[in-house]
Design a protein around this ligand. Structure first.
Ligand code: SAM
Length: 224
């Protein structure tokens, strides 16, 4: 292994130690973070920065989410649905989708920005990842592939997208940040027959979920 690769692997281990220190304890989740090289999804030259616990720009005013945020959301999902089909809304860099793939889910992901969709589609193919992706408004879900055991929305929503809730399988769970343009509460919605049970967790700050059941395209967000 080259020196540069050894350094990146070391930085990846340090990132995982950092996640543990912040309370991420699920072994499957931590192993997935060790397995997936975040620097391959990073848009920049200083690859070791990819292992800082920080969100970074990926172009088009979008971000690759902070590792802690990805780990937090993934833990909420894994603890409620350990296998099956998962739909991610907001492919972005493709990192979250690759983490879900490493966990053994059958992964479907939707991105609304054409350039980001093309970029991650090529990356998944280059890395040999069997992740199904499409370009479009993720708030409308992926009806041909529904129902999903899990749905993960990686952009901040103004409310609960009803169409996505309708595409959850029985006992399926959706992890979604819901709130205003500055701050959202991480929310888990679990489908029980035709009823939905909600659990609310800590605050995060995401780029906006833009679409028919999200924000209008004109909303201005200051954080990501
Ligand atoms: N999951 C991504 C990752 O691992 O890099 C990070 C996602 S970034 C914080 C949010 C993404 O959601 C952006 O790429 C944005 O374009 C996308 N997005 C926003 N609204 C969307 C929608 N209605 N459908 C699909 N993607 C959407």
């Amino acid at each position: 292994m080259k020196e540069s690769e050894k350094l990146l692997e070391l930085r990846r281990r340090e990132m995982v130690e950092g996640l543990k220190a912040y309370g991420i304890a699920n072994r499957r989740v931590l192993d997935a973070f060790l397995e997936v090289p975040r620097h391959l999804f990073f848009d920049g030259d200083a690859l070791e920065l990819a292992y800082n616990d920080a969100a970074y720009p990926i172009g088009f005013r979008q971000t690759i989410s902070q590792p802690y945020t990805v780990a937090y959301m993934t833990t909420l999902l894994v603890e409620r649905c350990s296998s099956g089909k998962v739909l991610e809304i907001g492919t972005g860099s493709g990192y979250q989708a690759a983490i879900l793939d490493a966990l053994g889910y059958s992964v479907f992901t939707i991105e609304r920005i054409g350039e980001l969709y093309e970029r991650s589609k090529k990356l998944f193919s280059r890395l040999g990842l069997n992740i199904s992706c499409r370009c479009g408004d993720g708030t409308l879900g992926w009806i041909d592939e529904a129902p999903f055991s899990g749905i993960m929305v990686t952009a901040g929503a103004p409310g609960e997208p009803q169409t996505l809730m309708g595409q959850l399988a029985q006992n399926g769970s959706m992890v979604i940040p819901v709130g205003d343009s500055c701050s959202q509460l991480m929310t888990v919605i679990c489908r029980l027959d035709n009823d939905f049970k909600r659990e609310v967790f800590q605050h995060f700050s995401f780029v906006p979920l833009i679409g028919k059941e999200g924000w209008e395209d004109t909303v201005f967000f200051t954080t990501s």
